[in-house]
Design a protein around this ligand. Sequence first.
Ligand code: PSU
Ligand code: MN
Length: 309
Amino acid sequence: MPFVTAIAIADEVRTALESGQAVVALESTILSHGLPPGRNREVADRLEAVVRQAGAVPATIAVLDGKARIGLSDQQLERVCAADSGLVKLSMRDLGPAMALGQDGATTVASTAALAHAAGIGVFGTGGLGGVHLPLPGKHTTWDVSADLDALAEIPILVVSSGVKSILDVAATLELLETRSVPVIGYRTGHFPGFYLRESEFELAWRVDSAKQAADVVDAHRQAPGSAGILLANPIPHAYEMDREFHDRLLADGMKLVEEQGVQGRDVTPVLLDHFHTASGGVSLDANEALVVANVTLAAEVAADLAAR
Ligand code: PSU
Ligand code: MN
């Protein structure tokens, strides 16, 4: 049985794909593990709304009852966002087990990209890409490298994000993206964005200044031999940028927390994000929402431009 039979594409998304209309993939881990209940549902609805406003069809992706779903109904979104959803965080390697065992799970950037591509979707908007983690205090290296990077290196899809979460080793992440031949394009910036901060210290080789230009790059990249994913890096809107010192303090405290509590593996990112949201009194939550809305809007504009070609 081919893998694709285990994928259920919502009618609206299927019709859009068949008629060559723009479709934007959205992930579910940011909803179930990245934002608190209640707020996650508001953000889910807002993301779908901004995609529509920009002339594209949203396809939020999750695994429910062991079936990979491309495009969720209101009721299914409610399940993903419920406080007691118990959704497992599913990266790419977890898709087979979750589907075979009939589980519910939220998809990360890696697994969302894989499922979106399998369904024929080429554009995906999110908050922050996973990357290479910082070593814990007292350690020199880490093997905690997100599968999101491998996914971008192998799946031909455009991911729009505000860089990688600032809780990561940004320098190491950018090196790895270079090694794996993933182009990183700044949107109206010559620097890699710092997620909660508009700029990191790292310069980018390429920048574009409009959605049309971004679509031109995607178009050409798709035709380049051996190409796969592409990262469009969009800085957080000015009004929501966090204070740098405040940010760095939150990060240092969060790292201590992770070490003291012995947090490991796929729990590291959610624990750090939760620390940011609680310790900042919601400032980082507003920032997170603002940046993901901006990224998804830009993704929809690029998708609409590509669909019109
Ligand atoms: N960015 C956010 N919130 C999140 C994530 C990213 O602002 O919740 C999620 C994404 O789903 C991303 C995942 O793919 O974290 C990376 O997890 P890990 O570091 O365990 O690979
Ligand atoms: Mn990890």
